[in-house]
Design a protein around this ligand. Structure first.
Ligand SMILES: NC(=O)c1ccc[n+]([C@@H]2O[C@H](COP(=O)([O-])OP(=O)(O)OC[C@H]3O[C@@H](n4cnc5c(N)ncnc54)[C@H](O)[C@@H]3O)[C@@H](O)[C@H]2O)c1
Length: 291
């Protein structure tokens, strides 16, 4: 997308962290913005911020992106207000620490719905709108380096991020096959100092059960402490919004920001994979280019 002015951006997870940075970038580019988040009061604060930075218009919508009916309401509200969606940023997400064996099912469902199903919910509604608009559009899905490489100790988070990367790659092929003028991207950062270690604050009521001893266990406490450590020692947030918007400007697919993972990436992107997957060829180029 070269020309942002007056175009419509739908940004989820906009109250804190990357999402708030994306709102600021969209505002500076004089876009019309629909900012979505589960935390309503914090979300409201992006309105004066965006106005001050030059947004053509901004609306906020409080919604849980893990519930399909709520995403339907979001899309309907954006279409009613702006009549178009040019940039979809599936960014809302949670970090639910824990291993793949002991994590309560409700926590699996919470993280899968928030980090993965939400991408499906929005893309299946917004892509037909974009195709009908018949002008260049972009989708940028916030995934993670955890969607490309694997470490031990955070199976739920890594699984949802792998699923989200795979979804974006596959839908990207489908869009190309259709000849749709939609550029897909996956933002895959490493650790960054956001509010992500406070994900428990975003836990919806339907996933709460204080009677479950798991939440009093040492394992749960250790998981929370480890999430806090990796986020607090991550890179500063400043500059990430601009990096992602530059990638949108260039219609770039992989947006990689942490060169310290290049070694892992190179191990996982051998020649055989490169031949079988053209997106991986781009990924390798991106690594070589230090992006
Ligand atoms: N910070 C990191 O180190 C890091 C690294 C890689 C990927 N990410 C990803 O970046 C994205 C943004 O996270 P962040 O780091 O800015 O964290 P953050 O906690 O600062 O922001 C996440 C936002 O998503 C919102 N949210 C959570 N659940 C929601 C729901 N069900 N419906 C609507 N909104 C909801 C939160 O209220 C919050 O505003 C996430 O997908 C996260 O997984 C973060």
């Amino acid at each position: 997308m070269k020309d942002f002015k007056g175009k419509v951006a739908l940004i989820t997870g906009a109250a804190y962290g990357f999402g708030k940075e994306f709102v600021k970038q969209a505002a500076q580019r004089q876009m019309k913005i629909a900012a979505v988040d589960i935390i309503g009061d914090e979300l409201e604060k992006v309105i004066p911020l965006a106005q001050e930075l030059g947004a053509e218009e901004i609306i906020t919508i409080q919604a849980d992106v893990g519930i399909y009916e709520e995403t339907e309401k979001v899309v309907a509200a954006v279409m009613e207000k702006f009549g178009a969606i040019d940039l979809l940023m599936n960014n809302a997400g949670v970090a639910v620490p824990g291993n793949g064996i002991n994590l309560p099912l409700r926590d699996w469902e919470w993280i899968v719905q928030t980090n993965f199903m939400s991408h499906i919910y929005f893309m299946r509604q917004v892509i037909p709108i974009m195709i009908k608009q018949d002008r260049h559009c972009n989708i940028m899905n916030t995934c993670s380096i955890a969607g490309i490489i694997n470490f031990t100790g955070m199976a739920p988070y890594f699984s949802t991020k792998h699923a989200a990367v795979a979804l974006s790659e596959c839908v990207n092929y489908e869009l190309q096959a259709l000849g749709a003028d939609i550029a897909m991207g996956v933002f895959c950062p490493g650790y960054v100092q956001t509010h992500l270690d406070h994900s428990e604050e975003y836990r919806p009521e339907r996933f709460k059960d204080e009677s479950d001893p798991y939440y009093q266990s040492e394992e749960f406490a250790k998981g929370q402490a480890s999430a806090k450590y990796v986020i607090e020692t991550g890179l500063p947030l400043e500059g990430f919004g601009e990096t992602v918007f530059k990638a949108i400007e260039e219609d770039q697919f992989y947006v990689l920001t942490h060169p310290q993972y290049d070694g892992f990436l190179q191990l996982q992107t051998g020649e055989k994979l490169k031949r079988s997957n053209p997106n991986l060829a781009q990924l390798i180029e991106a690594i070589k280019g230090g992006k």
